[in-house]
Design a protein around this ligand. Sequence first.
Ligand code: DNO
Length: 378
Amino acid sequence: MEMTLRWFGEGFDTVSLDKIRQIPGVKGVITTLYDKAPGEVWKREEIHALKEKVENAGLKISGIESVNIHDSIKIGSPDRDLYIDNYIETLENLGKEDIHLVCYNFMPVFDWTRTELARVRPDGSTVLAYSQKAIDNLDPEKMFESINKDSNGAILPGWEPERMATIKELFEKYKDVDEEKLFENLKYFLEKIMPVCDEYDINMAIHPDDPAWSVFGLPRIIINLENLQRMMKMVDNPHNGVTFCAGSYGTNRENDLPTMIRTLKDRIHFAHVRNLKFNSDDDFEEASHLSSDGDFDMYEIMKALYDINYDKPIRPDHGRMIWGEVAMPGYGLYDRALGAAYLNGLWEAICKSNKMNGLSMRILNTYKMEGEKNVTYR
Ligand code: DNO
């Protein structure tokens, strides 16, 4: 695996590249051109400048999160081809700059959804949290206002104020889009972009809908193994893959995370690994990465990645706000660095214990082959 950290770019992120570089084992960043509106072309010079900045800090760009999809593509509006052409141009420019991983999502209107950005945990840290009851009592038009007040002045990924200002019209535009239509529109988009992905070897990694169920009556399809298998089959190309986000799929407790990993195998192009603590099936908060702090078995998740020979980018995901840090909720330095260190530790232990098993197997085979006697192996 390749340990990375998400970085929103200069002027958008409170965390600097210099600091990221000091996290043990982190060699690359997952970044973006954060001020690009969905549908806009990313020029080659802009991508090149971003790449230079990252490389000058001693790091590399391991992938892009996200190149966002214009609503017309998700809705299937008559002008979608224009935005798909722009997307293709962006992919081409990324490919020319030797970038081969793009994370995106296909969620209508809202990207990830939380009802609180600073719920206080027993240890005094603050975290992102979700309560279905709160959503059920909230007017979607008020959603942006309600979360924005706790955003520490940051623009949250996928919650661009300009889009949010048109929420009412957006809902109106999605009114005829149900799950089937959304699948169809995703298929149309993927079929159009696969040739450029083949040409430049770009892995497209769709991010799950978070939480993994319908919110405000909007359709959501990237929510479980069955739908993922449908998505991969409908455009059966190795470049059409997924971001395995433990915290997003894990919102639905019926999703068995290690089994999903073992089934998706090499169609996983990117992994986000974090933990959740449930108060009930539809009220959860984001815990630290440590297994015992939440409800996921992080060892089993990392072990499943090991078992599929996962060698692509991974990142710790949302962190708690700790030690007085003021940053974009979920994206401070401290707790994500702790997360990276912990995941690296699990990985090292898994690798070593499995190599030891491999070694003893080898010794055993040698023993049998050579027919040696009276030899003890420890
Ligand atoms: C939230 C993120 C998402 C994710 C996008 C991918 O923190 O996990 O915003 O980046 O859905 O397009």
